[in-house]
Design a protein around this ligand. Structure first.
Ligand code: GLU
Length: 515
């Protein structure tokens, strides 16, 4: 995953683009770049490594980047090594493009473009997009129309941001398989891969649908689907709720330790502290009829979410005797599977934008088995997955910036257990003492998670004892003679004491004493 940010405004936008890229750093990347139109020219800077390297490079001549329209990108290389020439934006003539995703048929397109005389300066698949738009613009001098003509030529999944020097008021964007949101400002508009990037400038967002192409100016946003202008609703979000600051935590990995509150919030969605021995009446109330009819559960997910699905399988089958299958979405979508009637398809994804999970869901929906019910277990209410499923079961983990997925996983487990209980109750497979006990255990999780996290300090102290220890390979250990063991121990101790000495010296040097 990597990121796109774009802006068209009255004010200078370079700092907005750079701040946006910093906020997308959590997605992972190997290089970063931006381009701004200023005085009828594209001013571009690209750097390998951290966004900070780009910020520093821009700071050398900041006035070059004073402009009112620009696009920026963090790249996670798929085609071509991480290198400055491969970093985005890519330029063809007067056109600049940033791209997330993959153009699968880039090789044949590249050949055709080379035959027409286009010169490639990068190894990326993205550069074909810039040249193609340039080529079509020559006969169709309207940026939106040129982009629209190029999209059907591209196979793959992508999000794009596009500029043209001759249209310095227009930012074109495309969403097809990779996430992209529009940030709606006053006299200014923005694009980004994640709304988090734009929270310093707006809290109003428009979520594009798959295949949407949009034209943004300072004062207008036009969205087109299949060539026809369409309305996409503007959602106002509570910025405090989407707070992605580190807060009291030293870094985002530690912020994953918000688990006790995150899990408790998720449990409280379904259990009232005044009536702790029953599920709240309003928990999935509107979906009771759907859940009553299901006979089989199919979980589709990737990575961490797949693993929470594996746990849920045990619960569905052992607690309420509903058969459950779990499969990695990338396998599921490519093997033409059979989904039987009356299946509850649970798609689990923290972001709700996991491409394989979305594709697998869409494939199932195309075949519409009878009694199909689809459910999104997801942390982002505005995501594609939530929009495309019948039921939304949220995890209330808060924004995920640290990629360890710790709180995402534990909140998914809590929500899945609540779902198992709900299905159990509506299908009369779960009641009485069993239900009360499980609900009680769910409510104890906050305290238990706190108690585990409080072990941090003793674990840290203990780890110091083990820092230089290495376990011998047991089988060979027993096979060797006593004298060989003694020799091994003596050598090992020598190595460890040298290492200790080296590390003490380094420590002394770093605090500047003992020279
Ligand atoms: N496929 C493009 C490249 O390798 C985009 C990768 C990305 O999504 O950052 O440059």
């Amino acid at each position: 995953m990597c990121g796109i940010v774009g802006a068209v405004a009255e004010r200078n936008i370079a700092s907005i683009l750079l701040e946006g890229l910093k906020r997308l750093e959590y997605r992972g990347y190997d290089s970063a770049g931006l381009t701004v139109i200023r005085d009828g020219e594209l001013h571009r800077e690209r750097q390998v490594g951290k966004v900070q390297a780009l910020v520093d490079a821009v700071a050398v001549n900041p006035e070059f980047f004073d402009g009112h329209i620009g696009i920026a990108h963090t790249r996670w290389a798929t085609h071509g090594e991480p290198a400055q020439r491969n970093a985005h934006p890519h330029v063809s003539g007067k056109i600049a493009v940033v791209h997330n995703g993959i153009v699968e048929n880039y090789a044949e397109l590249k050949e055709e473009l080379i035959a027409k005389g286009y010169v490639f300066t990068s190894q990326t698949d993205t550069e074909v997009v810039a040249h193609l738009i340039n080529d079509i613009y020559k006969t169709t001098p309207d940026l939106l129309e040129a982009v629209r003509a190029v999209i059907p030529l591209l196979h793959g999944a992508f999000a794009l941001g596009i500029l043209h020097i001759d249209c310095p008021e227009e930012l074109i964007t495309v969403r097809l398989g990779s996430p992209l949101v529009i940030g709606v400002g006053i006299g200014e508009n923005f694009i980004a891969s994640d709304q988090l990037a734009l929270l310093p400038v707006t809290n109003r967002f428009m979520y594009l649908e798959e295949g949407d192409i949009a034209k943004l100016t300072r004062s207008s946003i036009q969205v087109y689907a299949d060539g026809v202008e369409v309305k996409r609703q503007i959602h106002e979000i509570d910025a405090a709720q989407h707070n992605a600051d580190k807060g009291e935590f030293k870094h985002y990995m530690l912020k994953e330790n918000e688990q006790p509150d995150a899990v408790a919030r998720t449990v409280e969605m379904a259990v009232d502290s005044d009536e702790p021995s029953k599920l709240r009446d309003d928990f999935l109330q509107r979906n009771e009829a759907q859940l009553k009819g299901i006979k089989h559960v199919q979980v589709i997910a990737c990575g961490t979410s797949y693993h929470s699905g594996l746990v849920a399988k045990y619960w569905f089958e052992s607690l309420i005797r509903v058969p459950c299958s779990v499969e990695v979405a990338s396998e599921f979508r490519y093997r033409n599977p059979v989904v039987i009637d009356n299946t509850l398809v649970i798609c689990i994804s923290q972001s709700g934008e996991t491409a394989d999970t979305l594709s697998a869901l869409r494939d199932i929906q195309k075949h519409t088995p009878a009694g199909l019910v689809s459910l999104a277990l997801c942390n982002v209410p505005t995501s594609s997955l939530v929009r495309e499923t019948d039921i939304f079961l949220p995890t209330l983990a808060g924004p995920e910036i640290g990629v360890a997925s710790t709180k995402a996983f534990t909140t998914q487990l809590a929500a899945l257990m609540l779902l198992v209980l709900k299905v159990g109750v509506v299908q009369e497979r779960m009641a009485g003492e069993k239900l009360t006990t499980l609900l009680g255990q769910l409510q104890e999780l906050r305290g238990q998670l706190h108690a585990s996290l409080n072990l941090d300090a003793p674990i840290k102290a203990m780890s110091e004892h083990f820092e230089y220890k290495k376990l011998p390979v047991l089988r060979s250990w027993f096979a060797v003679s006593n004298s060989a063991r003694r020799r091994f121990k003596a050598e090992r101790n020598l190595v460890y004491s040298r290492r200790r000495l080296r590390s003490r010296r380094a420590e002394t040097r770093s605090i500047g004493i003992g020279r």
